[in-house]
Design a protein around this ligand. Structure first.
Ligand code: GLU
Length: 416
């Protein structure tokens, strides 16, 4: 029996695949050091857990409004206006989704048309390296992905000129992810403003329907000199930006599967209402008791967040210092999020101690896991130059970082 070509064409998520493999090995008792998925090793804040447990006991176990209850949406809208400085966000501009992934998935479904006949596909402008699921989700929605390559020399950031040169009448969305997964670099507010200007200018000329999708999941995990800013805060693009966020990474609530998407002005209401229809036809709503925990986290758990942020800053510095001392490895200093994306290309085309030829990052990661029990995500699915890189999450303890880099050194020392 066949399954659809659409499902067939989909590759498994490499971050999730390596995470599953590492978790399975751990369950079998293997001493695997897991640097794969970006998942904080902290527990969710106690107050958030207590609030969710109390909500279950109070029978908040039924369906709720499709977009999420009003109190939660108002709380999120308030944060977006006050902290993110995005003007005009109300509860009607917010939809709460099953994780940030569903917010992105539905946003793409509501932006891109599937090309009919010999029509050309609409384009997602994607600065790369980029998180592994942006491109597949956009392609599923009918988009063509146009990569905007960046380099370590440009701090993995696109320039306004580069963006201007990439925009065409088919451009439908630009993806911004700052702090970035997998590079952990950030755009300064001025750099974001300059990119916003390019989008605004293009929307008056070549690309009237061009919007920005800003994934701000790592907003609270910032430890460099660059302050966080939302691109949707700039008046020139506030009414053509979809801002996406969630509590998973900053409040250590990954398994709660909560996220949200928001907009501003007429466009914001329109896109949120389209996404709400889609949610009504798919997941219906998120669990009410999870939202009780979310409200508690957002309102009362700033100190938990700060403890974790400070720990990630220390771990990021440790990871950076240890990695750049590894022979043949080049790495940029992380400024936010909890990833490094080292260039390991100096070791490609060599053979591991276990006899595997390292033709690309996938071989490097597979051999490192088999031979040293260190799980990292191969870079191939982060964009076209990813085969030279692996991604390592430092959302784990300092001990694990030290041990992991020692094993990496041993692995590299054994290459022939
Ligand atoms: N977003 C995390 C990561 O990049 C979790 C896994 C996933 O959803 O890709 O590792």
């Amino acid at each position: 029996m066949r399954i659809s070509a659409r499902a067939n064409s989909l590759k498994p998520s490499s971050t999730v695949a390596v995470m599953n493999r590492a978790k399975a090995l751990k369950a079998q008792g293997v001493d695997v050091l897991n640097f794969s998925a970006g998942e904080p090793d902290f527990n969710s804040p106690q107050r958030a857990k207590d609030a969710a447990i109390a909500a279950i006991s109070a029978n908040q176990t039924r369906y709720i409004e499709t977009a999420g209850d009003l109190a939660s949406r108002e709380l999120i809208a308030g944060f977006l206006r006050e902290r993110n400085r995005i003007p005009g966000v109300t509860a009607d501009h917010v939809i709460i989704t099953s994780g940030v992934k569903m917010a992105l998935y539905m946003a793409f479904q509501c932006l891109f048309d599937v090309p009919a006949g010999d029509q050309e596909a609409q384009e997602l402008l994607l600065p790369v390296p980029a998180w592994v699921s942006f491109a597949p989700m956009a392609q599923l929605a009918g988009a063509k992905v146009v990569e905007l390559p960046t380099t370590p020399e440009s701090d993995f950031k696109i320039t306004p000129e580069q963006l201007r040169g990439a925009i065409s009448p088919r451009s439908r969305a630009l993806l911004i992810n700052s702090p970035s997964n997998p590079c952990s670099t950030m755009y300064t507010p001025d750099e974001l403003r300059a990119l916003a200007e390019v989008v605004a200018e293009a929307s008056r000329t070549v690309a009237p329907d061009l919007v920005i999708v800003s994934d701000e999941l790592y907003q609270n995990i910032v430890f460099g000199d660059v302050p966080f800013a939302s691109i949707g805060s700039f008046a020139s693009v506030s009414e053509r930006t979809i801002t996406i966020n969630g509590p998973g990474k900053s409040f250590a609530m990954t398994g709660w599967r909560l996220g949200w998407a928001s907009g501003s002005g007429e466009f914001g209401k329109k896109v949120v209402s389209a996404m709400t229809k889609l949610q009504g036809q798919s997941t219906t709503c998120v669990p009410a008791f999870c939202l009780a925990g979310l409200r508690e986290a957002l309102s009362h758990c700033q100190s938990d967040l700060e403890v974790m942020r400070a720990a990630f800053a220390v771990r990021g510095a440790l990871m950076y210092d240890l990695l750049r001392a590894v022979p043949g490895v080049k790495v940029a200093r992380p400024m936010g999020a909890f990833y490094v994306f080292p260039d390991i290309s100096a070791h490609l085309h060599r053979t591991s101690a276990g006899g595997r030829l390292l033709s690309g990052a996938a071989d490097f990661a597979a051999a490192l896991l088999d031979e040293q029990q260190v799980a990292v995500v191969p870079g191939e699915d982060f964009g076209s130059m990813g085969h030279r890189h692996v991604r390592m999450s430092f959302a784990c303890g300092e001990d694990q970082i030290r041990k992991g880099i020692a094993r990496l050194n041993a692995f590299i020392a054994g290459l022939r």
